[in-house]
Design a protein around this ligand. Structure first.
Ligand SMILES: *Cc1c(COP(=O)(O)O)cnc(C)c1O
Length: 407
């Protein structure tokens, strides 16, 4: 007999669920209600985090002759696609051992008179200290664009919101990244001058396009209807299992992206829906944080596993736990045991950027062994409130069993 819990599917990240009342719309005041997190009353709304990056890069490229952009070798493939879309040259910066943060020596080797921008990222809500990166970029005359797509609400050790430690910052409002307009983004900058320049560029780059807005509005309705444990079985679990049966991990985590980036304005109704939902964001971030603080010690105690935590004083968000196994074989064994269990265990980006076949045409041949190693040894455990204590304990027990089999 199938157990009742079999109809449930836990999402890999803790997104804020929509309520029926949100769909009534109302005031589209999203930038204002998110100001405590973004640090800007007048943050710019865009149709995606990728579009926000395109606007930032186009603005910078228009004001400079420099044509190279340095990105971490382990980050979202959309970052690389956005750089190529703007006609700029990519340079990969290898990561620190066992982490996704940029390695300062590798960054030093890539910085030069052609460097327009550096795009460090805070993955899974973990704010990376950007002091060194910002100092090095400043000395080289390059702009820091902080990729806070996965860290809306996180704070650096000095209290600065993630996204505002560099010159320009971006957040994603995509489905599965917390607060969502199905697709959406937010662009912030430290100085009013930069914000004005970004606004002018966005005016040009993001025209009103009714067809895209209609499509995204319907997708947002679908998100409201299906973003719950039973709906996710259909919307997330079924495609995941199909992709894994085809031996297609990139498809399983939704890492395969088009080279064409939709660029248009974010409509008023979707903004208003997210504005209503955003009223619940502070409590949701607090709830997931409290749950993470209770569960993190359980995961951290498992031999052979390391859980990424915040640097002293930093205050991250907790959409999921990012874990690193001692060996790639151990990580693969974990995924065999848990990826299709419906418990929200997954992987972040499948490859280092240089290992995505679809990106080969736009990437340099830089060798990035640490990023590749991080891709091979890391995995994620959902921190969705829908993952109940008994299900979390099942994950812990399985991890203990799998990791005990190492020799
Ligand atoms: C999702 C993501 C992006 C792109 O944001 P979209 O809103 O999906 O376009 C950029 N960087 C990182 C690290 C991401 O996770």
């Amino acid at each position: 007999m199938r157990r009742k819990t079999d109809a449930r599917e836990i999402p890999p990240t803790a997104g804020l669920p929509l309520r029926l009342g949100d769909l009534r719309g109302g005031q589209p005041a999203l930038a204002q209600v998110l100001a405590p997190y973004s640090g800007c009353e007048d943050a710019l709304l865009t149709c995606s985090g990728t579009a926000a990056l395109v606007v930032a890069l186009r603005m910078l490229a228009q004001r400079s002759e420099r044509r190279e952009v340095i990105v971490p070798a382990y980050t979202c493939p959309l970052v690389a696609i956005a750089v190529a879309h703007c006609g700029l040259r990519l340079r990969l910066c290898d990561t620190q051992p066992g982490h996704f943060a940029m390695d300062p020596d590798a960054l030093h080797a890539q910085l030069g008179p052609q460097t327009l921008a550096v795009i460090p990222a805070h993955l899974g809500g973990r704010p990376v200290d950007l002091g060194t990166v910002c100092d090095m970029a400043l000395a080289a005359g390059a702009t820091v664009i902080e990729d806070a797509a996965q860290s809306l609400g996180a704070r650096h050790a000095d209290g600065t919101p993630s996204g505002l430690a560099g010159d320009i910052g971006l957040f994603s409002l995509a489905a599965g990244k917390g607060l969502s307009t199905y697709e959406g983004g937010l662009l912030v900058a430290r100085t009013p001058q930069t914000r004005e320049a970004l606004r002018e560029t966005a005016q040009r780059e993001l025209p009103v396009r009714a067809g895209w807005e209609l499509r995204r509005s319907l997708e947002l309705l679908g998100y409201w209807a299906l973003y719950r444990p039973r709906g996710l079985r259909l919307a997330y679990g079924a495609p995941l299992r199909r992709a894994l049966r085809r031996d297609d991990p990139v498809g399983a985590v939704g890492d395969r992206f088009s080279m064409r980036i939709p660029l248009h304005r974010l409509g008023r109704w979707r903004q208003a829906v997210a504005t209503r939902a955003a009223a619940r964001l502070p409590a949701f971030l607090e709830q997931t944080r409290a749950q993470a603080m209770r569960r993190l010690p359980r995961l951290a105690a498992i031999p052979g596993l390391r859980v990424l935590d915040d640097a002293s004083g930093a205050h991250g968000t907790w959409p999921f736990f990012l874990l690193v196994c001692e060996t790639a074989a151990m990580r693969d064994a974990v995924m065999r045991a848990l990826w299709t269990a419906g418990l929200g265990v997954s992987r972040l980006f499948i490859h280092a950027l240089s290992d995505y076949p679809d990106l080969r045409a736009i990437l340099p041949d830089d060798d990035c062994p640490q990023a590749r190693d991080f891709a091979a040894r890391s995995f994620t455990v959902s921190n969705s409130p829908w993952l109940r204590d008994d299900a979390f304990e099942r994950i812990v027990k399985t991890l203990e069993t799998v990791t005990a089999q190492r020799d």
